[in-house]
Design a protein around this ligand. Structure first.
Ligand code: PLP
Length: 474
């Protein structure tokens, strides 16, 4: 349906307002760029474009939690998106590491339609065939892939933040069971981490920009330095009930935890009876070339709880918290729940997606594609030695550390048909669909090089860059 509408004239699918009564300043500042560089293939929409009129008509009704660049996307297929002016963009962002199978995977669309005609929701008051099937599949595939060898049961929810909320609550309950006085309630997380926006997951995300407006945080959270092995004994104590960490920090700048650090953390958690939680919401489900990033670690570094979301639904909202038997024995009926979580539609889709992402061939492909990216990064580094200071990451979660603000590069790339995001401090983040082809990587890297040439060689100002820093946030 969407395809048919689009192929005619994309904009007919949406009703365009005749005039823009309200033109928010943030949007106008982007739109003005088009007049200056009209020759660009995907120049940001002009002030008098259909896009600008439509955005200006809608924006007054949207809570302003996001600052977005000007294009409005209407259709996706594989690794490409099309805006409402029917311009094509290669997508290196995959909806922030979500669309691992690309946009609108045909089999996923078929399953969605079929299940939508069969059963969408019954609540958790009743069994359905898919919540349990997905829970079983996740546990089996995790163990089979060499991940969390103690994985036993799964709790299904709707998002990454919720998966972490469940993990935090479960760890608190374990702490209460081990020490009924309540003293064992402290939580440890790490600087530059990102665990979500709900109060519990936000309390584990020590970024003043996110926390300060909503303080006070949930009590009992302490923050350590990522990869600082020596600090672990003082950080994780007998009062710690849980430690949450991303094996690869996504939002924080594509920082990879060392095996030594995670092994030491595991050892200390076991010593003091704290639950170790790996947040693989961004790094998991094939993105590193293994089902889980932590599957590359020895068993001595495996967690007690593992959280996932993002690619689990390939864009359909779903999250999951995987726990071991030590945790399970402390959880009783009524301790936690969700109305939508585990609905048959989401779970059937995720069942299909997990099977696809657990495929060894797909994972091998991810590692090959990493090499193609790295080859191009090397070339770029030689060309811009002062600008590109480091390449980080694994598989298809890669970061290019720049010595300066990457915002103009993001804009220049978008206006040439490539979508790319940032993270951390001045880091370009590469999290494309895992199904991306070699040809598409080559195409994207050609555009990126051109964008960098424009920004760093010619030193031409790139207009319309305001607000791009917000694009790294989910
Ligand atoms: C590592 C990590 N944890 C948690 C979250 C929060 O997930 P969600 O936005 O689905 O709530 C994110 C989102 O970017 C993430 O990258």
């Amino acid at each position: 349906m969407a395809l048919r509408l689009f192929s005619k004239r994309a904009t007919t699918a949406l009703r365009m307002p005749r005039s823009s009564a309200i033109a928010p300043a943030a949007f106008r500042s982007y739109a003005s760029s088009a007049t200056k560089e009209a020759s660009l293939p995907n120049a940001d929409p002009a002030a008098d474009s259909q896009t600008t009129r439509l955005v200006n008509d809608q924006i007054p009704y949207m809570v302003p939690t996001y600052v977005r660049p000007p294009p409005m996307f209407q259709k996706g297929q594989g690794c490409y998106l099309w805006d409402i002016e029917n311009r094509q963009y290669l997508d290196f962002t995959a909806g922030i590491a979500v669309n691992a199978l690309g946009h609108c995977d045909p089999e996923m669309a078929k399953i969605m339609a079929e299940q939508a005609q069969t059963l969408i929701h019954t609540s958790n008051l009743y069994y359905n065939p898919w919540t349990g099937a997905l829970s079983k599949l996740i546990v089996e595939k995790t163990v089979e892939a060499g991940g969390m060898h103690t994985a036993s049961k799964t709790f299904i929810c709707n998002s990454g933040s919720e998966a972490n909320e469940a993990a935090i609550k479960f760890a608190r309950k374990v702490g209460k069971s081990l020490d009924p006085s309540g003293a064992k309630h402290e939580f440890v997380s790490f600087h530059s981490s990102f665990h979500g926006r709900t109060m519990g997951s936000l309390s584990a995300t020590p970024n003043p920009k996110y926390q300060k407006p909503f303080s006070p945080m949930v009590p009992g959270f302490r923050y350590g330095t990522y990869n600082d092995v020596d600090a672990i004994p003082d950080l994780v104590t007998k009062d710690t009930c849980g430690v949450i960490i991303e094996p690869i920090q996504g939002e924080g700048g594509v920082n990879v935890a060392t095996t030594e650090f995670l092994t030491a953390l595991r050892k200390r958690c076991t010593e003091v009876g704290a639950v170790l939680i790996y947040d693989e919401i961004q790094s998991g489900l094939g993105r590193t070339g293994q089902l889980w990033a932590h599957a590359a670690l020895p068993k001595e570094a495996h967690p007690d709880i593992l959280t996932t979301a993002k690619a689990l639904g390939n864009g359909f909202p779903i999250g999951a918290t995987i726990v071991n038997e030590d945790v399970v024995t402390k959880i009783a009926p009524g301790d936690h729940g969700t109305t939508f979580g585990g609905n048959p539609l989401a779970c059937r889709l995720a069942h299909y997606i997990v099977n696809r992402l657990a495929d060894k061939e797909l994972q091998q492909g991810v590692l090959k594609k990493e090499q193609i990216f790295r080859k191009h990064f090397e070339k770029l580094q030689q060309r811009f030695p002062e600008v590109i200071t480091e390449v980080r990451g694994k598989g298809l979660i890669l970061g290019l550390q720049l010595s300066q603000d990457p915002t103009p590069v993001i804009t220049a790339a978008r206006e040439r048909g490539l979508l790319i995001i940032t993270c951390g401090t001045n880091t370009l983040r590469f999290v494309p669909p895992l199904v991306i082809s070699e040809k598409e990587i080559e195409e994207g890297m050609r555009i990126l090089e051109e964008a960098m040439n424009v920004v760093f060689k010619k030193q031409e100002p790139v207009p319309g860059t305001k607000g791009q820093e917000e694009m790294q946030e989910s």
